[in-house]
Design a protein around this ligand. Structure first.
Ligand code: NDP
Length: 603
């Protein structure tokens, strides 16, 4: 064993890895379903009411638009907002954000459930803090503070002026040097540039549980919380539930935040769990005003880069965020590409990572024993998989909830989840649970943009359909933003670039890059920003060569959307060296003559 290996292995570690792997395999096999991702359905058609907008007055109408703007930005969440803000800084006048919802905020517009907070530190998660002149009031912001900040960005950058709310884009078509944007309100507007920033958490999903349509009690999805029924607000006080038996289906990152509030106020709460989450320490606290007053210009960028550096294994003098995310940095490599410690052989590092992972998971399982009184319930709440198989969660209130007399944990792991729903009950094995209300905390169609699914057809030069043109070749972009044949069209998101857990940071770096290309094109009087075929091919090759193959790791994980519900899939389409390296690459590209790759004639 090399000295470097010793350095990384904790002294207190005594793990039988073979036994642990076997336990993980058994827990995985209990949960894999043959129907994989098709066990879910979108909240549409007969279930469309689960996705309706509860925050707007029904019946909104307006005249169709037939005008011309400098840029159309699709999506009014943080992706669209940072794109709008950075394009404004680049000097564009008419910037039109088109958004399905009634205001800005994206996921923070839709999700207003009790307990909602961001689980990434607010000082790095909220974008454009210095530009807006705001310091969040909590280390982890409540959802409403985040939504207010989204609207403040809209005001600061004058993005309300041309915004179109309650509007869905139906088609993008390149025509004679500009884009025609058609919407579900019969708009046919023209734009020089289009930025697609549709986000990845906007389509709620429901399980295909037999009998789901037979339930006669009340039901809703967490992303459309029905306060008319429950009473209260995002701070809790759900007085309407005082005489109600409530079922929450799901124990993911959303349910972790919801469940303590429902438990406090409902007559009885049944938590239907299939796979327990990892629930780490939260330790939320109000912002120290002295610290806020001491912040020097540039603090926000420094802090979010520091977080990213810590998470990706770069050397830093100080861990500024210093929370349960950064404490787990060495075992996050399967979620976010991390650097291998200097001089370490990758295979050797893989083994060490597994040991560190075992230690982390043992700590999290021990936390359950420390907090939950009933040993049988504690056993059910322990996560048996590697860290990062599921989205990590953080709460100091979730686990104590199971010490309450009015809370029952129903384990559904051996039944593939809730098996059946009847008029008044949920069925698991030979037990029926009678309830008045079912809350679906069952998540979203994660990460699939409307362009990638074909729901938003895009026709480029010569009427070529973007998605169809990728059918045989796979996705083709330069840096994930632009594609040959689709001039002045930019995608923000996760495709062929480098994601990270602080996703607003990733989006802002993307927006800065897109805005820089637009500014340079305008300065030079160049009409089209479009990558050459050579540049695009080189990038696709880079992605192919570096994209991490997590096949083995994914195959050993309990199912979920991270591993396509336990079904094999091709390599991820991401830049292997990770987000920090990707951002350095983009900066170097901008500083050098990279821009020539997109400002030629695109051939
Ligand atoms: P998830 O997809 O993470 O969780 C869905 C839950 O529903 C899982 O526990 C799943 O179990 C369960 N489930 C699904 N079908 C059934 C069934 N038939 N019977 C029983 N249980 C079932 O959705 P979330 O809304 O919790 O989170 C989605 C994403 O939103 C997160 O991953 C995160 O990215 C984001 N988020 C971020 C927050 C933040 O603070 N930044 C806060 C909340 C969410 P199983 O695991 O077994 O499939």
């Amino acid at each position: 064993m090399s000295t470097s290996r010793h350095r990384w292995i904790p002294d207190d570690l005594d793990v039988d890895l073979d036994a642990l792997r076997e336990r993980y395999r058994v827990e995985r096999d209990r949960r894999v379903r043959p129907d994989g991702a098709t066990q879910y359905q979108r909240a549409e058609g007969q279930f469309g009411y689960y996705a309706e907008d509860p925050y707007v007055e029904p019946g909104f109408t307006r005249e169709p638009l037939r005008d011309r703007v400098d840029a159309v930005v699709i999506g009014g969440g943080f992706g669209g907002l940072v794109a709008g803000a950075r394009l404004r800084q680049a000097g564009l006048d008419r910037i039109r954000i088109i958004e399905k919802a009634g205001d800005f905020g994206g996921t923070w517009y839709w999700n207003r459930y009790p307990g909602i907070h961001c689980d990434i530190e607010s000082y790095i998660y909220l974008p454009l803090l210095e530009e807006v002149g705001y310091v969040p009031r909590w280390k982890y912001s409540p959802g409403e503070e985040i939504r207010q900040h989204a609207m403040a960005i809209g005001r600061t950058f004058d993005l309300y002026r041309d915004a179109c709310f309650q509007t869905g884009v139906r088609e993008l078509r390149w025509d004679d040097g500009e884009w025609i944007v058609r919407t579900d309100r019969d708009d046919e507007m023209r734009a020089t540039y289009v930025v697609v920033a549709g986000g990845g958490l906007d389509h709620p999903k429901l399980p295909n549980i037999p009998g789901i349509e037979d339930f006669t009690g009340h039901t809703f999805h967490t992303s459309r919380w029905d306060y008319g029924y429950t009473g209260g607000d995002a701070n809790g006080d759900l007085t309407g539930l005082a005489d109600k038996r409530v079922a929450v289906i799901g124990t993911g990152a959303t349910a972790i935040q919801v469940i303590p509030h429902v438990a406090r106020d409902a007559r009885h709460l049944y938590v239907f769990q299939r796979t327990p989450s990892t629930v780490d320490v939260r330790d939320n606290r109000p912002t120290d005003p002295e610290w806020a007053a001491s912040l020097e210009p540039g603090w926000h960028t420094r802090r979010r880069e520091n977080f990213q550096d810590v998470l990706t294994g770069a050397k830093v003098d100080e861990d500024l965020v210093n929370d349960a995310w950064t404490a787990s940095a060495r075992v996050l490599g399967k979620i976010i590409s991390t650097e291998i410690p200097d001089g370490m052989d990758p295979a050797e590092w893989e083994k060490i990572e597994e040991l560190l992972d075992a230690r982390k998971m043992n700590q999290l399982r021990a936390r359950v024993d420390e907090i939950v009184d009933d040993p049988a319930t504690a056993e059910l709440l322990k996560p048996w998989y590697r860290y990062g198989c599921k989205r990590p969660t953080f709460s100091d209130e979730y686990l104590p909830t199971f010490n309450r007399d009015n809370v029952t944990l129903v384990d559904t792991a051996d039944h593939g989840g809730v098996e059946r729903i009847t008029e008044h009950t949920l069925v698991v094995g030979d037990r029926e649970y009678e309830v008045d209300c079912i809350v679906f905390a069952t998540g979203f169609d994660v990460g699939k943009s409307d362009v990638a699914t074909g729901r938003l057809p895009v026709y480029g030069r010569d009427g070529v359909h973007l998605l169809q043109s990728w059918m045989t070749t796979g996705p083709r972009t330069l840096h994930g933003f632009t594609s040959n044949g689709f001039p002045n069209l930019f995608h923000l998101g996760t495709l062929q670039n480098a994601p990270s857990v602080n996703f607003t940071h990733v989006l802002d770096e993307q927006a800065i890059h897109v805005a820089a290309a637009v500014a340079e094109a305008r300065k030079r009087g160049v009409e089209c920003i479009e990558p050459t075929v050579a540049a695009e091919t080189a990038w696709v090759e880079t992605i192919r060569a570096t994209s991490p193959d997590r096949g083995d790791f994914d195959a050993d994980c309990t199912p979920g959307y991270y591993n396509n519900e336990g079904m094999a899939r091709g390599p991820r389409q991401t830049y292997g060296p990770g987000p920090a390296a990707f951002q350095r690459l983009l900066r170097a590209w901008r500083a050098g003559d990279g821009i020539e790759e997109v400002l030629g004639d695109g051939r």
